[in-house]
Design a protein around this ligand. Structure first.
Ligand code: ATP
Length: 217
């Protein structure tokens, strides 16, 4: 079909996995179509937002008929790359890195960590949670050979930028940055920051300031 993915707003893109999971559930249950109101109820996104989101990918839905579950699902599967396995590498197998190696990226069976890297020779050359740990000296070669474009970064923040620079050189496309450092990358590389300490402090701040009943921005 003519569904285009290039101009989808970030907020819409972030809702795609939520839609995907529910449509998958509907398809498994044998449902052929779904209305935006039904979807809204199930995924807790208001129906106007859903209709607008869906219009970005050309799925207009028919009044009184709703959306075809299978064709939407096929679109999401393709957009979310659920139809192919995405190999991801993790760099820095410390406490957090280790936890993420163990984490089963449930609900998205098509993402897996296929390689990890560290400088600590006590763990390089071993397999942890089914993932081989390579030395940083072999990073560029392994990323290239395994065609890995996405990195989970869990190194100490004082080395985050230098590691990032190496990743940029080898042509990485995306970094999930768990370090508190706001790394600098060229426009061709996308960074998602996950700063757990910051999130926790934000929560504490809002609880202190407003209590749990107030709406936070
Ligand atoms: P975390 O911060 O994840 O809880 P930690 O406290 O166990 O980890 P850190 O000192 O933060 O340890 O280091 C995280 C991991 O990054 C360690 O396994 C360390 O060996 C590794 N590491 C340190 N420097 C580098 C580097 N330049 N390249 C790759 N890995 C590195």
């Amino acid at each position: 079909s003519a569904m285009a993915t290039s101009k989808i707003p970030h907020a819409t893109a972030k809702r795609l996995p939520i839609y995907y999971r529910y449509l998958h559930f509907l398809a498994d249950a044998g449902k052929q179509r779904v209305s935006s109101t039904e979807l809204a109820d199930a995924v807790k996104v208001d129906s106007a937002t859903i209709r607008r989101d869906f219009s970005y990918f050309g799925a207009l839905g028919k009044r009184g008929y709703g959306y075809e579950v299978e064709s939407l699902l096929a679109f999401f599967r393709k957009t979310l790359k659920q139809d192919k396995l995405t190999n991801v590498a993790l760099i820095g197998v410390g406490n957090l890195g280790h936890a993420l190696l163990n984490y089963n990226f449930h609900q998205s069976n098509n993402v897996r960590i296929s390689a990890a890297f560290d400088i600590n020779e006590d763990i390089t050359g071993t397999i942890q949670s089914g993932v081989p740990i390579y030395h940083m000296n072999d990073m560029k070669e392994q990323l290239t050979v395994q065609q890995i474009e996405i990195i989970i970064l869990t190194v100490p923040s004082n080395v985050a930028q230098e590691v990032t620079n190496e990743l940029v050189e080898v042509g990485i496309k995306g970094i999930l940055n768990f370090t508190p450092l706001r790394i600098t990358v060229p426009n061709s590389v996308r960074v998602q920051n996950v700063d757990l300490t910051n999130e926790l402090q934000t929560l504490i701040y809002f609880l202190d300031k407003f209590g749990k009943d107030d709406e936070t921005p």
